[in-house]
Design a protein around this ligand. Structure first.
Ligand SMILES: *Cc1c(COP(=O)(O)O)cnc(C)c1O
Length: 418
């Protein structure tokens, strides 16, 4: 093979490329050759199994982040790996120009899990949110009768729905927005948890209320009791779609299949991602009834990789795990155990704990070590965590964690916060 560019060393094999890279560490190389749109903790992971990962030197860590809940079922869950391998030996990509034998069974299972008619498969969470926004706008014009180009989607302060230009158009995080305008119009922001503000915002041009049942990136913010139920009632009354972004909160993370269930709420539209792909492939979906997803006709929306057979094969196996109910139960039990251990230990550096199921936020006392510094100390203790904001650490270990694993996490937290 010829060198790619004048002056570049010829690289004939992947092994040769690796050996050329050998003088540099994995971290050096990533820092030199990738955009610095993240600030990773100084650990390079080389292997994962269940709730644990190993770095390039063989040191073991408990994964306290689980890929922002993409790894709800742990690293390399045997059933998911088996499903992926089986599909790798059959066919991996067809595009939607043709049918494949995996999409239908996956779609039926997912629609059934949500109690809806259909799904629209995409890949990343942001793409699924974009899809839900497009569906809501088109539904607004074609079904609700909102004048063209006038549809409003109501969103909440502190939201996180992804990183596309349209999605950051309604973010209120300055870091997510600055320099990225001009933005997409058509969104109205109200405070999270405020039913009076929602009541006022749902005017005749409102087509949807897009909400996280628990705000993850904002710091695992659980809304006041009754909020989602009142949102459900108001949306039904005003003929507005309730869109639940369950990308991070769904598929067992909070102790239920969906976080909306804690208030017995069924949204009109579910937006799912992250754990749906089992931590193996990107797989997201919008799930709704015919009235909503029926607005899409051939050519109006799509994705080359959306609904690919490899992702659907893994997704179908993920839904089997979700159906068992085992992980929801584990989340509830393990979350209560971790929370009790941290609260009872009452370390000096702890300001507050909140969350639901095995999804907790810990606020550290202001003036002491920051969230980032605390995560760096936890790393030394063998627990991988990530701060969300300055003083908040999110804890979301894989739901396959054992009670001993949770006790390990609690002990590390008490040592570092103590
Ligand atoms: C992660 C996340 C997204 C975006 O998903 P990506 O796969 O990163 O595009 C959207 N909404 C919520 C609630 C999320 O947690």
């Amino acid at each position: 093979m010829k060198p790619l560019a004048a002056g570049a060393a010829p690289v004939d094999t992947v092994d040769e490329a690796r050996s050329l890279a050998a003088p540099f560490t994995a971290i050096d190389l990533a820092e030199r050759h990738t955009a610095h749109n993240y600030a990773p903790l100084p650990v390079a992971i080389a292997r994962g199994e269940g709730a644990w990962v190993w770095d390039v030197d063989g040191k073991r860590y408990l994964d306290g982040l689980a890929g922002y809940s993409a790894l709800n079922f742990g690293h390399r869950h045997p059933r998911l790996v088996e499903a992926a391998k089986r599909q790798l030996d059959a066919v991996t990509l067809t595009s939607r120009a043709f049918h494949n034998d995996q999409l239908g069974p996956f779609a039926r299972e997912l629609a059934e899990l949500c109690g809806k008619d259909r799904i629209l498969p995409m890949n990343t969470g942001a793409e699924a949110v974009e899809t839900a926004i497009k569906a809501a706008r088109k539904w607004g014009v074609e079904v609700k009768g909102v004048p063209a180009e006038r549809a409003t989607i109501v969103v909440c302060g502190g939201n996180f729905h992804g990183r596309t230009v349209t999605i950051v158009s309604f973010s209120d995080d300055p870091l997510a927005r600055e320099g990225f305008g001009p933005f997409t119009p058509g969104f109205a922001t109200i405070p999270y948890g405020d039913t009076a503000a929602l009541d006022a915002a749902l005017d005749g041009n409102a087509v949807a209320f897009l909400v996280e049942p628990i705000q993850g990136e904002a710091g695992v913010v659980v809304p006041p009791d009754g909020y989602l139920r009142e949102a459900r009632r108001l949306c039904a009354e005003r003929n507005v779609l309730l869109i639940a972004d369950e990308i991070q909160s769904g598929l067992g993370r909070t102790g239920r299949t969906f976080a909306s269930e804690h208030e017995d709420v069924v949204p009109d539209v579910y937006v799912l991602g992250k754990a749906l792909g089992g931590g193996i492939v990107p797989l997201s979906a919008v799930v709704a009834d015919d009235e909503v997803l029926g607005v899409f006709h051939p050519g109006e929306h799509g994705s080359t990789f959306g609904g690919n057979p490899l992702a659907c094969a893994v997704g179908l196996e993920v839904l089997g795990l979700v159906r068992s109910g085992e992980y929801q139960a584990r989340s509830a039990v393990l979350g209560a155990r971790l929370r009790a251990a941290v609260e009872e230990g009452a370390p000096a550096g702890l300001e507050a704990v909140r969350g639901r199921g095995l999804w907790l936020a810990i606020d550290v006392v202001p003036g002491g070590p920051t969230g980032r510094e605390t995560c760096e100390r936890l790393l030394e203790e063998g627990l991988l965590c990530k701060e969300t904001h300055g003083q908040t650490i999110r804890l979301a270990p894989p739901l396959v964690a054992s009670e001993d694993d949770i006790d390990f996490a609690a002990a590390a937290l008490l040592r570092v916060l103590g």
